[in-house]
Design a protein around this ligand. Structure first.
Ligand code: AMP
Ligand code: ZN
Length: 469
Protein backbone atom coordinates (compact mmCIF):
# COMPACT_ATOMS: atom_id res chain seq x y z
CA UNK A 1 0.00 0.00 0.00
CA UNK A 2 1.17 3.51 -0.68
CA UNK A 3 1.55 6.12 2.05
CA UNK A 4 -1.64 8.15 2.24
CA UNK A 5 -2.79 11.11 4.29
CA UNK A 6 -5.95 13.13 4.60
CA UNK A 7 -5.45 16.38 2.75
CA UNK A 8 -7.30 19.24 4.49
CA UNK A 9 -7.53 21.05 1.16
CA UNK A 10 -9.44 18.32 -0.68
CA UNK A 11 -10.88 16.59 2.41
CA UNK A 12 -9.86 13.31 0.80
CA UNK A 13 -7.21 10.74 1.49
CA UNK A 14 -4.37 10.97 -1.03
CA UNK A 15 -1.14 9.16 -1.76
CA UNK A 16 1.96 11.19 -0.95
CA UNK A 17 4.07 11.67 -4.04
CA UNK A 18 6.81 14.32 -4.01
CA UNK A 19 6.43 17.07 -6.57
CA UNK A 20 9.33 15.74 -8.59
CA UNK A 21 7.97 12.18 -8.45
CA UNK A 22 8.76 9.20 -6.22
CA UNK A 23 12.42 9.14 -5.21
CA UNK A 24 12.66 12.93 -5.23
CA UNK A 25 12.96 15.17 -2.21
CA UNK A 26 9.78 15.84 -0.27
CA UNK A 27 9.50 19.32 1.21
CA UNK A 28 7.76 19.77 4.54
CA UNK A 29 6.98 23.07 6.23
CA UNK A 30 5.77 23.10 9.80
CA UNK A 31 4.60 26.26 11.55
CA UNK A 32 6.83 26.72 14.57
CA UNK A 33 6.53 28.36 17.95
CA UNK A 34 5.80 31.97 18.73
CA UNK A 35 8.49 32.63 21.28
CA UNK A 36 6.71 34.89 23.77
CA UNK A 37 6.64 32.27 26.53
CA UNK A 38 7.32 28.55 26.98
CA UNK A 39 5.53 26.37 24.45
CA UNK A 40 2.75 24.39 26.15
CA UNK A 41 2.20 20.73 25.51
CA UNK A 42 -0.73 21.54 23.22
CA UNK A 43 1.83 23.15 20.92
CA UNK A 44 3.99 20.09 21.37
CA UNK A 45 1.14 17.85 20.33
CA UNK A 46 1.42 19.49 16.92
CA UNK A 47 5.20 19.11 16.85
CA UNK A 48 5.09 15.47 18.01
CA UNK A 49 2.56 14.68 15.27
CA UNK A 50 4.88 16.31 12.72
CA UNK A 51 7.77 14.30 14.11
CA UNK A 52 5.82 11.07 13.69
CA UNK A 53 5.00 12.10 10.12
CA UNK A 54 8.63 12.88 9.30
CA UNK A 55 9.95 9.69 10.89
CA UNK A 56 7.41 7.50 9.12
CA UNK A 57 8.07 9.18 5.78
CA UNK A 58 11.79 8.58 6.23
CA UNK A 59 11.22 4.97 7.24
CA UNK A 60 9.33 4.57 3.98
CA UNK A 61 12.32 5.93 2.06
CA UNK A 62 11.25 9.53 1.46
CA UNK A 63 14.01 12.12 1.51
CA UNK A 64 12.46 14.81 3.68
CA UNK A 65 13.56 18.45 3.77
CA UNK A 66 11.78 20.06 6.68
CA UNK A 67 11.75 23.70 7.67
CA UNK A 68 10.22 25.01 10.88
CA UNK A 69 10.00 28.74 11.43
CA UNK A 70 10.43 30.61 14.69
CA UNK A 71 7.97 33.48 15.07
CA UNK A 72 10.03 35.99 17.00
CA UNK A 73 8.10 39.10 16.05
CA UNK A 74 4.31 39.41 16.28
CA UNK A 75 1.74 41.14 18.47
CA UNK A 76 2.46 38.93 21.49
CA UNK A 77 6.27 39.02 21.44
CA UNK A 78 6.21 42.81 21.10
CA UNK A 79 3.75 43.16 23.97
CA UNK A 80 5.98 40.95 26.13
CA UNK A 81 9.20 42.80 25.34
CA UNK A 82 7.63 46.20 25.92
CA UNK A 83 6.10 45.06 29.23
CA UNK A 84 9.48 43.65 30.36
CA UNK A 85 11.29 46.81 29.27
CA UNK A 86 13.87 44.89 27.23
CA UNK A 87 14.59 44.52 23.53
CA UNK A 88 12.64 42.05 21.43
CA UNK A 89 15.75 39.89 20.93
CA UNK A 90 16.49 39.81 24.65
CA UNK A 91 12.90 38.92 25.39
CA UNK A 92 12.59 36.06 22.91
CA UNK A 93 16.05 34.45 23.35
CA UNK A 94 15.30 32.42 26.51
CA UNK A 95 12.09 31.09 24.95
CA UNK A 96 13.93 30.04 21.80
CA UNK A 97 16.44 28.15 23.90
CA UNK A 98 13.69 26.58 25.98
CA UNK A 99 11.91 25.45 22.83
CA UNK A 100 14.97 23.61 21.52
CA UNK A 101 15.64 22.04 24.93
CA UNK A 102 12.02 20.83 25.16
CA UNK A 103 12.09 19.54 21.59
CA UNK A 104 15.14 17.48 22.49
CA UNK A 105 13.48 16.14 25.64
CA UNK A 106 10.55 15.02 23.48
CA UNK A 107 12.97 13.45 21.00
CA UNK A 108 11.84 15.52 18.04
CA UNK A 109 14.05 15.18 14.98
CA UNK A 110 15.72 18.44 14.08
CA UNK A 111 14.46 20.26 11.02
CA UNK A 112 16.90 21.20 8.27
CA UNK A 113 16.55 24.83 9.29
CA UNK A 114 14.74 27.08 11.74
CA UNK A 115 14.45 30.48 10.06
CA UNK A 116 13.65 33.36 12.38
CA UNK A 117 11.22 36.06 11.30
CA UNK A 118 13.51 38.88 12.48
CA UNK A 119 16.45 37.66 10.38
CA UNK A 120 17.26 40.55 7.99
CA UNK A 121 17.28 38.11 5.05
CA UNK A 122 13.74 37.04 5.89
CA UNK A 123 12.52 40.60 6.52
CA UNK A 124 13.88 41.58 3.08
CA UNK A 125 12.03 38.69 1.51
CA UNK A 126 8.78 39.64 3.25
CA UNK A 127 9.14 43.20 1.94
CA UNK A 128 9.81 41.96 -1.56
CA UNK A 129 6.69 39.75 -1.49
CA UNK A 130 4.60 42.68 -0.27
CA UNK A 131 6.01 44.87 -3.05
CA UNK A 132 5.01 42.25 -5.63
CA UNK A 133 1.53 41.98 -4.13
CA UNK A 134 1.10 45.76 -4.32
CA UNK A 135 2.35 45.91 -7.91
CA UNK A 136 -0.16 43.24 -8.88
CA UNK A 137 -3.07 44.97 -7.17
CA UNK A 138 -3.42 42.38 -4.41
CA UNK A 139 -2.43 44.78 -1.66
CA UNK A 140 -2.92 48.42 -0.74
CA UNK A 141 -1.75 50.86 1.85
CA UNK A 142 -4.58 52.17 4.04
CA UNK A 143 -4.97 55.50 5.84
CA UNK A 144 -3.49 53.98 9.00
CA UNK A 145 -0.23 53.43 7.07
CA UNK A 146 -0.52 49.64 7.22
CA UNK A 147 -0.53 47.51 4.10
CA UNK A 148 -3.41 45.06 3.69
CA UNK A 149 -4.04 42.09 1.44
CA UNK A 150 -7.10 42.69 -0.74
CA UNK A 151 -8.96 39.40 -0.46
CA UNK A 152 -11.50 40.43 -3.11
CA UNK A 153 -8.60 40.20 -5.59
CA UNK A 154 -8.13 36.47 -4.97
CA UNK A 155 -11.20 34.44 -5.91
CA UNK A 156 -9.77 31.32 -4.31
CA UNK A 157 -9.67 32.92 -0.87
CA UNK A 158 -11.42 30.57 1.53
CA UNK A 159 -10.65 27.37 -0.39
CA UNK A 160 -8.78 25.71 2.47
CA UNK A 161 -11.03 26.68 5.37
CA UNK A 162 -14.10 26.67 3.11
CA UNK A 163 -15.16 29.97 4.60
CA UNK A 164 -18.08 31.55 2.86
CA UNK A 165 -17.18 34.79 1.16
CA UNK A 166 -20.83 35.63 0.54
CA UNK A 167 -22.02 38.47 2.67
CA UNK A 168 -18.50 39.70 3.22
CA UNK A 169 -18.40 43.44 3.69
CA UNK A 170 -15.84 44.89 1.27
CA UNK A 171 -13.20 47.02 2.85
CA UNK A 172 -13.43 45.34 6.27
CA UNK A 173 -9.94 45.09 7.71
CA UNK A 174 -8.15 43.42 10.55
CA UNK A 175 -4.76 44.39 11.85
CA UNK A 176 -4.60 41.61 14.43
CA UNK A 177 -2.69 38.43 13.57
CA UNK A 178 -5.39 36.20 14.98
CA UNK A 179 -9.08 36.66 14.47
CA UNK A 180 -12.31 34.76 14.43
CA UNK A 181 -13.17 32.20 11.78
CA UNK A 182 -16.18 34.24 10.71
CA UNK A 183 -14.17 37.38 10.06
CA UNK A 184 -13.45 37.37 6.36
CA UNK A 185 -11.51 40.56 6.06
CA UNK A 186 -8.46 42.11 4.47
CA UNK A 187 -5.55 41.22 6.71
CA UNK A 188 -2.38 43.18 7.45
CA UNK A 189 0.78 42.36 5.54
CA UNK A 190 2.77 45.23 7.00
CA UNK A 191 1.73 46.94 10.19
CA UNK A 192 2.69 50.52 10.51
CA UNK A 193 4.59 51.44 13.67
CA UNK A 194 2.57 52.63 16.67
CA UNK A 195 4.02 53.91 19.97
CA UNK A 196 3.00 50.66 21.73
CA UNK A 197 5.55 48.86 19.52
CA UNK A 198 8.37 50.53 21.47
CA UNK A 199 11.69 50.00 19.76
CA UNK A 200 10.44 47.33 17.35
CA UNK A 201 10.23 48.34 13.71
CA UNK A 202 11.94 48.25 10.34
CA UNK A 203 12.15 50.98 7.72
CA UNK A 204 10.25 50.01 4.58
CA UNK A 205 8.82 51.56 1.41
CA UNK A 206 5.57 51.95 3.43
CA UNK A 207 7.20 53.61 6.40
CA UNK A 208 8.46 52.17 9.65
CA UNK A 209 6.62 49.05 10.71
CA UNK A 210 6.77 45.31 10.98
CA UNK A 211 5.47 42.28 9.11
CA UNK A 212 2.20 40.51 9.86
CA UNK A 213 2.45 36.94 11.09
CA UNK A 214 1.04 35.41 7.90
CA UNK A 215 3.54 37.01 5.53
CA UNK A 216 6.35 35.81 7.79
CA UNK A 217 5.50 32.16 7.16
CA UNK A 218 4.83 32.70 3.46
CA UNK A 219 8.22 34.34 2.97
CA UNK A 220 10.19 31.84 5.02
CA UNK A 221 8.44 28.81 3.54
CA UNK A 222 8.85 29.77 -0.12
CA UNK A 223 12.27 31.36 0.46
CA UNK A 224 13.69 28.11 1.78
CA UNK A 225 11.61 25.43 0.10
CA UNK A 226 10.53 27.00 -3.20
CA UNK A 227 7.25 28.26 -4.56
CA UNK A 228 5.50 24.92 -4.24
CA UNK A 229 5.82 22.94 -1.04
CA UNK A 230 4.77 19.34 -0.79
CA UNK A 231 3.39 19.13 2.75
CA UNK A 232 2.48 21.95 5.12
CA UNK A 233 1.36 21.15 8.66
CA UNK A 234 0.02 22.84 11.75
CA UNK A 235 -2.77 22.60 14.27
CA UNK A 236 -6.40 23.00 13.14
CA UNK A 237 -6.46 26.50 14.62
CA UNK A 238 -3.93 27.46 11.94
CA UNK A 239 -6.28 26.67 9.05
CA UNK A 240 -8.02 30.01 9.31
CA UNK A 241 -6.88 32.68 9.05
CA UNK A 242 -3.18 31.77 9.06
CA UNK A 243 -2.92 29.11 6.36
CA UNK A 244 -5.67 30.62 4.25
CA UNK A 245 -3.70 33.87 4.27
CA UNK A 246 -0.46 32.05 3.45
CA UNK A 247 -2.10 30.54 0.35
CA UNK A 248 -3.44 33.92 -0.78
CA UNK A 249 -0.08 35.64 -0.36
CA UNK A 250 2.03 32.94 -1.99
CA UNK A 251 -0.26 32.20 -4.90
CA UNK A 252 -0.67 35.91 -5.68
CA UNK A 253 3.02 36.77 -5.33
CA UNK A 254 4.31 33.66 -7.10
CA UNK A 255 4.59 32.72 -10.75
CA UNK A 256 0.94 31.74 -10.74
CA UNK A 257 1.27 28.22 -12.06
CA UNK A 258 1.71 25.81 -9.22
CA UNK A 259 -0.25 25.77 -5.95
CA UNK A 260 1.60 26.93 -2.85
CA UNK A 261 1.04 23.63 -1.03
CA UNK A 262 0.09 20.21 -2.40
CA UNK A 263 -0.91 18.48 0.85
CA UNK A 264 -2.19 20.25 3.94
CA UNK A 265 -2.26 18.34 7.22
CA UNK A 266 -3.67 19.58 10.51
CA UNK A 267 -3.76 17.98 13.92
CA UNK A 268 -6.67 18.30 16.31
CA UNK A 269 -6.31 20.11 19.57
CA UNK A 270 -5.06 18.93 22.86
CA UNK A 271 -7.92 19.56 25.24
CA UNK A 272 -8.19 20.08 28.97
CA UNK A 273 -11.61 19.40 30.46
CA UNK A 274 -13.39 20.10 27.22
CA UNK A 275 -11.50 23.27 26.16
CA UNK A 276 -8.53 23.72 23.89
CA UNK A 277 -5.29 23.94 25.85
CA UNK A 278 -4.23 27.52 25.25
CA UNK A 279 -2.24 30.21 26.95
CA UNK A 280 -5.18 32.59 26.65
CA UNK A 281 -7.37 30.15 28.60
CA UNK A 282 -4.81 29.72 31.36
CA UNK A 283 -5.41 25.95 31.24
CA UNK A 284 -2.02 24.91 29.98
CA UNK A 285 0.95 22.87 31.11
CA UNK A 286 4.45 23.34 29.87
CA UNK A 287 6.76 20.40 29.52
CA UNK A 288 8.72 21.81 32.47
CA UNK A 289 5.61 21.67 34.64
CA UNK A 290 5.24 17.99 33.87
CA UNK A 291 8.93 17.17 34.36
CA UNK A 292 8.79 18.93 37.72
CA UNK A 293 5.89 16.64 38.64
CA UNK A 294 8.08 13.63 37.94
CA UNK A 295 6.93 12.68 34.44
CA UNK A 296 9.57 12.07 31.80
CA UNK A 297 9.89 13.40 28.28
CA UNK A 298 9.30 9.98 26.80
CA UNK A 299 6.12 9.50 28.85
CA UNK A 300 4.79 12.81 27.58
CA UNK A 301 5.86 11.85 24.05
CA UNK A 302 4.00 8.56 24.33
CA UNK A 303 0.86 10.24 25.70
CA UNK A 304 0.89 12.73 22.80
CA UNK A 305 1.76 10.30 20.04
CA UNK A 306 -0.57 7.46 20.98
CA UNK A 307 -3.82 9.14 19.90
CA UNK A 308 -4.50 9.68 16.20
CA UNK A 309 -3.49 13.18 15.17
CA UNK A 310 -6.94 14.10 13.89
CA UNK A 311 -8.74 12.95 17.04
CA UNK A 312 -8.97 15.45 19.81
CA UNK A 313 -6.93 14.35 22.79
CA UNK A 314 -8.01 15.04 26.33
CA UNK A 315 -4.99 15.60 28.49
CA UNK A 316 -5.20 13.83 31.84
CA UNK A 317 -2.95 12.41 34.51
CA UNK A 318 -4.55 9.02 33.79
CA UNK A 319 -3.30 9.36 30.20
CA UNK A 320 0.24 9.93 31.46
CA UNK A 321 -0.16 7.03 33.89
CA UNK A 322 -1.26 4.80 31.01
CA UNK A 323 1.80 5.94 29.04
CA UNK A 324 4.04 4.97 31.96
CA UNK A 325 2.43 1.51 32.16
CA UNK A 326 2.72 0.94 28.40
CA UNK A 327 6.38 1.95 28.39
CA UNK A 328 7.18 -0.30 31.37
CA UNK A 329 5.62 -3.16 29.42
CA UNK A 330 7.72 -2.39 26.35
CA UNK A 331 10.91 -2.04 28.41
CA UNK A 332 10.38 -5.37 30.17
CA UNK A 333 9.65 -7.10 26.87
CA UNK A 334 12.67 -5.55 25.17
CA UNK A 335 14.96 -6.69 27.98
CA UNK A 336 13.55 -10.19 27.95
CA UNK A 337 13.83 -10.39 24.18
CA UNK A 338 17.43 -9.14 24.30
CA UNK A 339 18.33 -11.91 26.74
CA UNK A 340 16.51 -14.46 24.62
CA UNK A 341 18.42 -13.33 21.51
CA UNK A 342 21.82 -13.26 23.19
CA UNK A 343 22.86 -16.72 22.02
CA UNK A 344 22.09 -16.10 18.38
CA UNK A 345 24.11 -14.19 15.84
CA UNK A 346 21.58 -14.84 13.09
CA UNK A 347 17.98 -13.82 12.89
CA UNK A 348 14.80 -15.40 11.59
CA UNK A 349 12.48 -12.91 9.90
CA UNK A 350 9.30 -12.53 11.93
CA UNK A 351 5.86 -13.26 10.57
CA UNK A 352 5.03 -10.84 7.77
CA UNK A 353 1.87 -9.77 9.61
CA UNK A 354 3.85 -7.57 11.98
CA UNK A 355 4.76 -5.32 9.06
CA UNK A 356 1.18 -4.26 9.77
CA UNK A 357 2.72 -1.74 12.16
CA UNK A 358 4.03 0.21 9.17
CA UNK A 359 1.06 -0.36 6.86
CA UNK A 360 -1.23 1.03 9.57
CA UNK A 361 0.87 4.20 9.60
CA UNK A 362 0.68 4.32 5.80
CA UNK A 363 -3.04 4.81 6.31
CA UNK A 364 -3.06 8.47 7.41
CA UNK A 365 -0.76 7.71 10.36
CA UNK A 366 -3.17 5.25 11.96
CA UNK A 367 -1.26 5.04 15.23
CA UNK A 368 -3.94 3.03 17.04
CA UNK A 369 -3.65 0.32 14.41
CA UNK A 370 0.14 0.44 14.60
CA UNK A 371 0.25 0.24 18.40
CA UNK A 372 -2.26 -2.62 18.31
CA UNK A 373 0.18 -4.60 16.14
CA UNK A 374 3.05 -3.72 18.48
CA UNK A 375 1.29 -4.75 21.66
CA UNK A 376 -0.17 -7.87 20.09
CA UNK A 377 3.38 -8.83 19.08
CA UNK A 378 4.56 -8.18 22.64
CA UNK A 379 1.75 -10.35 24.02
CA UNK A 380 2.31 -13.19 21.58
CA UNK A 381 6.11 -13.29 21.88
CA UNK A 382 5.88 -13.08 25.69
CA UNK A 383 3.58 -16.08 25.55
CA UNK A 384 6.08 -17.95 23.37
CA UNK A 385 8.93 -17.08 25.72
CA UNK A 386 6.83 -18.28 28.69
CA UNK A 387 6.50 -21.61 26.93
CA UNK A 388 10.15 -21.73 25.84
CA UNK A 389 9.01 -21.74 22.23
CA UNK A 390 10.77 -18.63 20.93
CA UNK A 391 14.15 -19.49 19.39
CA UNK A 392 17.09 -17.11 19.88
CA UNK A 393 17.09 -16.42 16.12
CA UNK A 394 13.39 -15.55 16.22
CA UNK A 395 14.03 -13.28 19.21
CA UNK A 396 16.76 -11.52 17.22
CA UNK A 397 14.42 -11.14 14.25
CA UNK A 398 11.85 -9.49 16.50
CA UNK A 399 14.49 -7.20 17.97
CA UNK A 400 15.48 -6.06 14.50
CA UNK A 401 11.85 -5.35 13.67
CA UNK A 402 11.48 -3.42 16.92
CA UNK A 403 14.55 -1.37 15.99
CA UNK A 404 12.67 -0.18 12.89
CA UNK A 405 9.48 0.37 14.89
CA UNK A 406 11.38 2.46 17.40
CA UNK A 407 12.90 4.49 14.58
CA UNK A 408 9.37 5.84 14.17
CA UNK A 409 8.22 5.92 17.78
CA UNK A 410 11.50 6.91 19.51
CA UNK A 411 10.48 5.41 22.83
CA UNK A 412 13.71 3.78 24.04
CA UNK A 413 14.51 4.17 27.76
CA UNK A 414 16.21 7.39 28.76
CA UNK A 415 19.93 7.55 28.62
CA UNK A 416 20.84 9.44 31.76
CA UNK A 417 22.55 12.12 29.64
CA UNK A 418 19.59 13.09 27.47
CA UNK A 419 17.28 13.93 30.37
CA UNK A 420 18.47 16.84 32.45
CA UNK A 421 17.57 16.79 36.13
CA UNK A 422 14.84 19.33 36.88
CA UNK A 423 17.08 21.52 39.06
CA UNK A 424 19.75 21.64 36.34
CA UNK A 425 17.15 22.67 33.74
CA UNK A 426 15.89 25.36 36.12
CA UNK A 427 19.40 26.77 36.60
CA UNK A 428 19.87 26.77 32.83
CA UNK A 429 16.59 28.63 32.30
CA UNK A 430 17.45 31.16 35.01
CA UNK A 431 20.84 31.72 33.42
CA UNK A 432 19.33 32.25 29.98
CA UNK A 433 16.99 34.84 31.49
CA UNK A 434 19.88 36.50 33.36
CA UNK A 435 21.92 36.70 30.17
CA UNK A 436 19.15 38.31 28.19
CA UNK A 437 18.73 40.84 30.98
CA UNK A 438 22.51 41.39 30.76
CA UNK A 439 22.89 40.37 34.41
CA UNK A 440 26.36 38.99 33.87
CA UNK A 441 27.23 38.55 37.52
CA UNK A 442 24.13 36.48 38.13
CA UNK A 443 24.85 34.51 34.97
CA UNK A 444 28.36 33.68 36.24
CA UNK A 445 27.00 32.66 39.63
CA UNK A 446 24.55 30.30 37.97
CA UNK A 447 27.36 28.83 35.88
CA UNK A 448 29.29 28.20 39.13
CA UNK A 449 26.27 26.53 40.68
CA UNK A 450 26.01 24.24 37.67
CA UNK A 451 29.72 23.49 37.86
CA UNK A 452 29.29 22.61 41.54
CA UNK A 453 26.65 20.08 40.48
CA UNK A 454 29.10 18.61 37.97
CA UNK A 455 27.87 20.26 34.76
CA UNK A 456 30.05 22.03 32.24
CA UNK A 457 28.54 24.96 30.33
CA UNK A 458 29.47 26.39 26.97
CA UNK A 459 27.83 29.43 25.36
CA UNK A 460 27.40 28.92 21.64
CA UNK A 461 25.62 30.95 19.00
CA UNK A 462 22.66 28.56 19.37
CA UNK A 463 22.50 29.10 23.11
CA UNK A 464 23.82 27.23 26.11
CA UNK A 465 25.27 23.74 25.70
CA UNK A 466 25.66 21.61 28.75
CA UNK A 467 27.58 18.42 29.38
CA UNK A 468 28.70 16.34 32.34
CA UNK A 469 32.10 17.53 33.53
P1 AMP B 1 1.54 29.10 18.24
O1 AMP B 1 2.81 29.20 19.03
O2 AMP B 1 0.33 29.56 19.00
O3 AMP B 1 1.66 29.75 16.89
O4 AMP B 1 1.25 27.55 17.99
C1 AMP B 1 2.22 26.67 17.48
C2 AMP B 1 1.57 25.40 16.99
O5 AMP B 1 0.86 24.72 18.04
C3 AMP B 1 0.54 25.63 15.90
O6 AMP B 1 0.71 24.64 14.89
C4 AMP B 1 -0.79 25.49 16.61
O7 AMP B 1 -1.81 25.10 15.73
C5 AMP B 1 -0.47 24.40 17.60
N1 AMP B 1 -1.35 24.39 18.80
C6 AMP B 1 -1.66 25.41 19.62
N2 AMP B 1 -2.49 25.01 20.63
C7 AMP B 1 -2.69 23.67 20.42
C8 AMP B 1 -3.44 22.66 21.12
N3 AMP B 1 -4.11 22.90 22.25
N4 AMP B 1 -3.41 21.40 20.62
C9 AMP B 1 -2.70 21.11 19.50
N5 AMP B 1 -1.98 22.01 18.81
C10 AMP B 1 -1.97 23.28 19.25
ZN1 ZN C 1 2.92 29.57 10.02
Amino acid sequence: MSLQILNTLTRTQQEIIPRGGLGHTLSLYTCGPTVYSYAHIGNFRAYVFEDLLQRHLQTRGFIVRRVMNITDVDDKTIRGAVAAGISLAEFTQPFKEAFFADAQTLRLLRAESYPEATDPVQIARMMSMITTLMERGHAYQAEDGSVYFRIASFPNYGKLARVDLEGQRPGQRVASDEYEKEAVADFALWKSWVPEDGGVGWESPWGKGRPGWHIECSAMATGLLGETIDIHCGGVDNIFPHHEAEIAQCECAGHGVAPFVRYWMHCAHLMVEGSKMAKSQGNFYTLRDLLAQGWTGREVRYALISVHYRASLNFTREGLGAARTALARLDAWFLRLTEAAAESATSDPPDQSIEGFFTALDDDLNISGALAVLFETVRESNRMMDQGMLTPAQARGLLEWYGRVNGVLALEPDQSADQLPVEVQQLLDDRAAARSAKEWKKSDELRDQLAALGWLLKDTKDGQRISKS
